[in-house]
Design a protein around this ligand. Sequence first.
Ligand code: SF4
Length: 306
Amino acid sequence: MLNKCCISINAKCNLSCAYCHFYENNNIDMRSMQSLDLNKLLIILHNILTYAQKEHLQCFSVGFAGGGEPLLDWQILESALSAIAKQDTQKQLTFYIITNGILLNERLLESYKKLKPFVKLVISLDGDEITHDTFRLDKQGKGTFKRIMANIALYEELFGAKPDINVSVSRLSLERKAFILDFLLENNFINITFTRLFHCSDKSLEISHNDFLEFVEFFNTQHFVIRNLTAKAQNKCDCIMYGYTCGVGYNNIFYCNDKVYPCMRYVEGDKYIGHYDDTLPTIINNMKPLQKPLSLLQGVCHYEKY
Ligand code: SF4
């Protein structure tokens, strides 16, 4: 049952992270990618809501992530989310936005306040300053750690708690896992998602899935709520980074470049299964040929294996 998607609303970013799958990948031409305008985004969200209502879904999760910095188009996002919230009378849709955190300021956070009950802001932060600043650089090649931490403090001041964070895991993270753990504990981060890097231009940064699982397990203390571990415990169908069974062909899609892909890895090679304005039943029909028995997708990346 399709119950989640990610949406890349633009193809622009205000950072130049050294490991970016989209910008540091010779097989993806970000300059030719289409961005969404308000009208297109409303069409997508309306199609999702129509499907969730027709299927009586309790929850359909929509993430704004991958292939661009969503807060660069905050006005579009804010307008679209405010509009769809009014139509979603049964509160069937939940949203999260993964941001690099650079554009967070008091004004933006104030305007986010009214969306907060159904939109989670997740900030990308790779751990302590050395680990973070090795890769997460601005256009001038400067580290972003201090700016992100200052913006996290703003968030905490306004909302009384740390935001959720998304930690990208590279080979350096494995080497520095003790420093990262100390940093996360000292700064009282609670809700964490770990994301394994894939297809970096520098292959030496990539790690195996097993190394990734071992790394995540290292943080399995009572202090943290780790999305990867809760999803695994529930045997969730999702990307195997966040669950146990790859959801390609079943429950997850990715909107990008005015098209729909089985997941974000399929943007490379342009293996799309629909267009942004297709209804969800049409997209579901198009992704059926990709389906493998779920038992063959346990701990297996569909993109890498098939
Ligand atoms: S194909 Fe691979 S990267 Fe895509 S959702 Fe499945 S496990 Fe994740």
